[in-house]
Design a protein around this ligand. Structure first.
Ligand code: GLP
Length: 219
């Protein structure tokens, strides 16, 4: 499984935990590859994505701790860490099911808007929009790391299935741009239009700018 952080997948993790506790799911053979990590944060920093995944998901299920992978935020050498992470993903055979959220500027993982799509895992300078959006989870904006490691588009696009979860009116514009606009690295998630097994799940507010005919409602 390819897993994401942010507020969007929290409900999904809670649901998976509750199915696990009921005895309906077994994670003992699951291998989990996370999309990204802030550069500079140790794994035990409460703001690290490692902490997020551990506290919100992994500690509640029976996943083998040797089977969960997240880039090391405190890696000494960016390039080596990125190559190492890509090799790990390759050794695992890639991602079967990729869970994604969507940044306000259209980023997926931490693939920020730019001139090109980055293929492999890379160290990225976070955009001002991302720093501002993620500041709500820190004491103040100054505390948000300026760089992060993220898997590239290859890992995401080669996933057999992609499930993207969006919620809230503040995502409505970017959801329309990403899934009904031009495919361009300026809106990184737009590349998902080319994926052959993508499911977009959203609440009414986030999907409010999508033509009704294209929606399928669940109650
Ligand atoms: C962060 C993460 C992304 C996530 C995005 C949206 O920047 N790196 O993986 O999709 O936030 O987060 P939220 O779901 O909280 O809006």
């Amino acid at each position: 499984m390819g897993l994401a952080t942010g507020t969007s997948p929290i409900g999904t993790y809670n649901q998976l935990i509750s199915w696990y506790k009921k005895g309906d799911l077994d994670f003992s053979k699951v291998r989990a590859i996370n999309l990204d990590e802030y550069k500079g944060l140790t794994r035990d920093n409460s703001q690290s994505y490692f902490s997020y995944m551990y506290h919100r998901f992994y500690k509640h299920i029976n996943i083998d701790f040797n089977s969960m992978f997240i880039p090391y935020g405190t890696a000494k050498n960016d390039e080596e860490e990125c190559v190492r992470y890509d090799r790990t993903i390759e050794t695992l055979g890639g991602v079967d099911l990729q869970l994604l959220g969507l940044g306000h500027n259209g980023h997926i993982g931490f693939n920020e808007p730019g001139q090109i799509y980055e293929i492999g895992t890379h160290c990225v300078k976070l955009s001002d929009t991302t720093i501002k959006a993620n500041a709500r989870l820190f004491k103040d904006e100054q505390e948000v790391p300026k760089y992060a490691y993220t898997v590239g588009m290859k890992t995401i696009m080669q996933a057999k299935k992609v499930v993207c979860i969006v919620s809230g009116e503040d995502k409505a514009y970017i959801v329309k741009e990403a899934f009904y606009g031009l495919v361009t690295p300026r809106v990184p998630a737009s590349i998902l239009q080319l994926h052959n097994d993508l499911v977009l799940i959203g609440d009414e507010a986030a999907l409010s700018q999508i033509p009704v005919n294209n929606l399928c409602a669940f109650s």
